[in-house]
Design a protein around this ligand. Structure first.
Ligand code: ZN
Length: 414
């Protein structure tokens, strides 16, 4: 193994180990903790134990998943798997772009083959055992096929375009490629609510009634133009409840899961919706988009450097320096940056959640209802009520529910 390959493999292994250790510490921490004071009287011993058992099972699952994928990736790297797939792609004798696309198709197929048993077990063993799963085999495999078709279509278009820029774009190719990539992403985000999401779920405008009137009254009060409030048949896949804000411009919409509507009162639902409106009013969606665009700029710049390094593509086992070699090398080199990026973006995202909660509490005057809804959601979803601070720093896009409930209580007092 040459030293460059050793460095890449070691960095990857270290990151996997770090993530595994944090998961393990998180489980130990949670198993030792008791019911937080804010939840006293809301969670009985049995339900609390069930949430701990769920955490133990899901941590075990993700440790196995990490072990297998890490071993597979390192083994593949060491055995020259990337070079082998590239030789097969080259053997068709096509031009550089179709060759690179064939290479990524092969790599993607192998990755999906490895992931399939895990995603099957996640849905039909883990989620099933704890009563969350509502997916049928037909839904599960239908999702898989639709996901593959979209991945090949959209991924192929995007990758083909980016590759063409790198091939014919001259010295500033990476900048052009990044611009095209960003434009494509924005277009997909813009159209997703009307083109992509309906492929997986049924969206219906919230019917007239008490809830709709309450939401419309609230929206008018805070001067928020409702482009659409939709209900989604989340119960098709899982009993978990959720709400989200998606898209921008004329196709933006607020989506409430049918499971959420079933489990909460009208004032609670208005408070949850006000939280989503808070994300919009505080421009969180734009800010997160700006961060994603900036980090892809870094990725493309890295790519442009790697495209000049023959040594790196040889170290990874490629027969020559070509586009697919550079893209593969970039994705390995990007791993440490991506760890750093996930620390930063999840910290930003958590601060946004606090801001959206504060906005919802101030604009509805219903901090108590939001608190009650958050508590019920985390109890029903068997969320870990006592996550380890390092797990939160690394992975949590939302603050632990106890912190949110405390912040809301402090607002009420202040
Ligand atoms: Zn939020």
């Amino acid at each position: 193994m040459n030293s460059l390959l050793l460095a890449i493999a070691s960095a990857y292994l270290l990151i996997s180990l770090l993530r595994g250790l944090v998961d393990f510490a998180n489980l130990r921490y949670a198993l030792k903790a008791g019911v937080p004071e804010e939840f006293a009287g809301l969670v009985d011993g049995e339900k609390f134990q069930k949430s701990q058992a769920y955490l133990a099972a899901s941590t075990r699952f993700s440790l196995w998943h990490r072990l297998v994928t890490t071993a597979a990736a390192l083994g593949f790297l060491q055995l020259g798997g990337f070079g082998a797939i590239d030789r097969i792609a080259l053997s068709f004798g096509y031009g550089p772009i179709p060759t690179a696309l064939l290479y990524f198709l092969g790599l993607g197929a192998l990755d999906q083959l490895l992931e399939l048993p895990f995603s099957w077990a996640h849905t039909f063993v883990l989620e099933q055992k704890f009563g969350f799963n509502r997916s049928t085999y037909a839904t599960f495999f239908g999702d898989l096929l639709k996901g593959w078709a979209l991945g090949i279509l959209l991924g192929g278009l995007l990758l083909g375009g980016v590759l063409a820029f790198f091939l014919y774009g001259g010295a500033n190719a990476w900048l052009w490629a990044w611009l095209a990539f960003t434009a494509f992403q924005l277009l997909v985000t813009f159209l997703a609510p009307v083109l992509l999401l309906p492929l997986f779920n049924r969206f219906e405008p919230l019917p007239a009634g008490e809830l709709r009137s309450a939401i419309e009254a609230y929206a008018a009060k805070v001067d928020f133009r409702l482009q659409g409030i939709f209900t989604m048949d989340g119960s098709k896949r899982s009993s978990r409840a959720n709400a989200f804000f998606t898209g921008f411009g004329r196709f933006r919409r607020i989506v409430l899961f049918d499971t959420l509507i079933q489990q909460h009162s009208v004032p609670e639902l208005v408070a949850v919706l006000a939280h989503e409106v808070g994300h919009f009013k505080k421009k969180h969606i734009l800010k997160m988009m700006a961060i994603a665009i900036a980090s892809s700029l870094l990725m493309f710049w890295l790519l442009s450097l790697i495209l000049q390094s023959e040594a790196l593509s040889r170290a990874l086992g490629f027969p020559t320096l070509n586009l697919e070699a550079a893209f593969t090398a970039a994705s390995w080199l990007y791993a440490p940056f991506s760890l750093l990026a996930s620390f930063l973006t999840s910290a930003v995202s958590r601060s946004h959640e606090f801001e959206a909660d504060a906005y919802a509490a101030a604009s509805t005057g219903a901090a108590g209802e939001l608190s009650a809804a958050l508590k019920r959601l985390s109890i029903e979803n068997l969320s870990n009520l006592n996550p380890h601070p390092w797990k939160v720093r690394l992975d949590y896009s939302h603050p632990p529910v106890v912190q949110r409930v405390r912040a809301l209580a402090a607002l009420g007092r202040g």
